[in-house]
Design a protein around this ligand. Structure first.
Ligand code: LCS
Length: 393
């Protein structure tokens, strides 16, 4: 059976399998740093590309490659590059595609460290950046400069839940000779496939829903074309931000249940969002599955479901948010997202603390914004926990 022609769920279960003499039902963990050559000539051929044999785990490893092939198939790309974290994916993309004197245009509300490394560190190497509201394609168009090389979007955006039209950005980028990269972490390949909408590169923090069990930090980059894939892989090898084989095994283990975890979490999230929207102490809420979301129509068009992330604010502002967060007993007060457990956090003082005050205001990361990652617990228990917390406010 050709796995590449199978459906999404079959790819989740069988897409990571590799040939194994013992016919193991799960992908073996090749926990080795190096691989022996048959002879000196074979070693030289591995290095000059005449032989496809494995050399050294930073360059490639069968367990890691199994996961890379699986993700490339799920995102419909040419190839995947597994890395040690989502931030390793972000930095590999930046360093591969941007040189001194280049410019990047990006969604303003992206994961905080992905923005602060650009504004505080890569600026030292002469890379310029403009952070804007990418929900408005005219704003994106106006931000492009002759030296813009990369359009970087995150949709839904962390933590504002703003939704950017991927196909419109791909069209604009390509008309201007620019590459489009999409951080697809909030959706996973189950809910959104940016390469199918015209993006050139998609990446994920697999720490989130792809692994899904809050026990691994990991990232993956998938390129649509071979030449970009090769450049990204060479940069990853040079940077040394490769994944570890055991880490790859754990991600493949979590990945098998991606569809059913997401289905369950987003069913809960839709009900939690409806509950919060009606609550008298809630000032505002943003969830793609609510008609009140400003980009609800784009979400319906480009996402297969609304996901498990909700942002909201209370009428009592940050002080009220603190009371709520301190009075939840089921939801963990913790950063990260997309796992089986419900998590709550305060972006302005936590995940996005290093983004400048001005940057946060412009991006809509207000002091009252609370971010909820809805898990797969019983809905009644999640709502009872929120009800109890909100009563203390
Ligand atoms: N991209 C997005 C959209 C993220 O949410 C994160 C992490 C990253 C990239 C970086 O991935 P990592 O290196 O952590 O695997 N987001 C986090 C968050 O919102 N809370 O804690 C981590």
């Amino acid at each position: 059976m050709n796995i590449t022609e199978c459906g999404f769920n079959t790819k989740l279960i069988h897409g990571g399998e590799i040939e194994d003499q013992f016919k193991s039902a799960t992908t073996p963990i090749y926990q080795t740093s190096t691989f022996a050559f048959d002879n000196a000539d074979e070693g030289a051929k591995c290095f000059n590309g005449e032989s496809a044999g494995y050399i050294y785990t930073r360059i490639g490893n069968p367990t890691i490659n199994a996961l890379e092939k699986q993700l490339a198939a799920l995102e419909n790309g040419y190839g995947g590059i597994a890395v040690s974290s989502g931030m390793a994916a972000v930095n590999t993309v930046y360093l591969t595609l941007l040189s001194s004197g280049d410019h990047i245009v990006s969604t303003d509300a992206i994961y905080g460290p992905a923005r602060s490394i650009m504004e505080n560190q890569l600026i030292r190497f002469g890379i310029q950046s403009t952070y804007i509201n990418t929900t408005n394609i005219d704003v994106v168009k106006n931000a492009l400069k002759p030296n813009t090389k990369l359009l970087y979007i995150e949709t839904p955006a962390n933590p504002t839940m703003d939704i950017t039209d991927i196909a419109a950005c791909a069209k604009l980028a390509h008309e201007n000779g620019i590459l489009l990269v999409v951080d697809n972490t909030f959706c996973s390949p189950y809910l959104q496939n940016p390469l199918n909408l015209g993006a050139d590169i998609v990446f994920h923090s697999m720490t989130k829903s792809i692994n899904g069990h809050a026990d691994v930090v990991a990232g993956i980059i998938i390129a649509k074309e071979k030449n970009i894939y090769t450049k990204l892989r060479n940069m990853m090898i040079g940077l040394g931000c490769n994944m570890d084989p055991h880490q790859a095994y754990l991600v493949m283990r979590g990945l098998k249940t991606l569809s059913i975890r997401i289905e369950r979490a987003q069913q809960n999230a839709q009900q939690v969002a409806a509950y919060l929207e009606e609550h008298p102490k809630v000032a505002w809420i943003k969830y793609p599955g609510l008609k009140s979301h400003p980009q609800h129509d784009i979400a319906e068009h480009q996402m297969k479901g609304s996901g498990s992330m909700i942002s909201f604010g209370l009428k009592g502002g940050f002080e009220a948010a603190k009371v709520l967060m301190n009075n939840l007993h089921l939801a963990l007060l913790a950063v990260s997202l997309g796992g089986v457990e419900t998590l709550i956090q305060h972006p302005a003082s936590m995940t996005h603390a290093k983004v400048s005050k001005e940057g946060k205001i412009k991006a809509g990361i207000t002091d009252d914004l609370i971010r909820l990652s809805v898990g797969i617990e019983d809905l009644n228990d999640i709502i009872a926990d929120l009800e109890n917390g909100l009563r203390q406010v």
